[in-house]
Ligand binder design. Sequence first.
Ligand SMILES: C[S@@+](CC[C@H](N)C(=O)[O-])C[C@H]1O[C@@H](n2cnc3c(N)ncnc32)[C@H](O)[C@@H]1O
Length: 202
Amino acid sequence: MGKAWIKQRKRDRYYRAAKREHFRSRSAFKLIQIQEKFGVMEEGWAVLDLGSSPGGWSQVSRNMVGDDGAVFAVDIVGMTPIEGVKFFHGDLRDVRFLNELVASIGAVDAVISDMAPRLSGNKSYDQARTLELAEIAFDMACTCLRDGGNFVAKAFRGEDFEPFLSRVSSRFKRTKAISPPATSKGSAEVYVVALGFKGQRT
Ligand SMILES: C[S@@+](CC[C@H](N)C(=O)[O-])C[C@H]1O[C@@H](n2cnc3c(N)ncnc32)[C@H](O)[C@@H]1O
């Protein structure tokens, strides 16, 4: 990491706020902003957090659902434990791991995904891989959500984004693509927020 990058990061207000408020990532503020605007989680809910490490979204979810709720977190890399969060370590592209995960968590009220691949620097390749992970998150949502549940997933605006958005729209009552204010300037990153799962197809 270059010195300029480190300096710029230290100037970033969300990076500083995350340090101050003991969030593990600046990304925590994106979920807080999504929550403030759409109310994607409620107290007492069960939330599945995909691509959870280092744990900022899990911290926010845990604060939102409280002691009566449950947070299940999943990542291909390890995560330092968070009280009240059950962590599953595995690759969500691995079908066997996916099936075990689904069997052990049961139905949830919200599926949230901030999954992103390790970036290669090749924009269209990175966008396509991020969308692949968003598709996996969407499949998980369609498998694990109870009727009326909510879904959030990170994606990038690229050529395959609109078809993905319309597939998600067809399964939820209300769907929107937004870039929360905490998104880095100039980023093509976008979050799909889908409310009111219409339920399993018959
Ligand atoms: C932007 S980070 C998530 C940050 C997190 N939301 C937070 O607030 O701390 C993206 C995460 O997706 C995870 N990830 C990428 N590919 C994955 C996969 N195939 N299975 C599980 N997790 C994956 C990465 O390991 C990384 O921790």
